[in-house]
Design a protein around this ligand. Sequence first.
Ligand code: 5GP
Ligand code: ZN
Length: 112
Amino acid sequence: MDCIFCKIIAGEIPSAKVYEDELCFAFRDINPQAPTHILIVPKEHIASADGISGENSKYVSAIFEAIPKFAAAEGLTTGYRVITNCGEDACQTVKHLHFHLMGGKKLPENMG
Ligand code: 5GP
Ligand code: ZN
């Protein structure tokens, strides 16, 4: 499958890895929109939030359990934002489910 994030997980494309366990993989966004901008992805290819189901929700649970640990490690004591873009209207560009963890500055109030 020609998926850039699957290739990053496999180590075929280099990334600034933050964390990895059996279910999830986290790395720094190549084009950060905030001082901390980490992408957290499931190790199984799920195309978007639309593909989350009872069969694969353990990946999503693992990601959300890891997020507070990343936030603490990054010193995001005054808050942070977690978003996922799903589909065309949300401008999802990489078709492998990913959650953006952003913080380290006051983020814009308006999200569209
Ligand atoms: P989306 O728009 O799909 O929600 O976000 C995709 C994100 O992946 C973007 O923020 C983009 O900067 C990031 N990205 C795309 N290609 C790469 C890459 O090869 N390496 C890394 N680290 N980030 C990438
Ligand atoms: Zn993938």
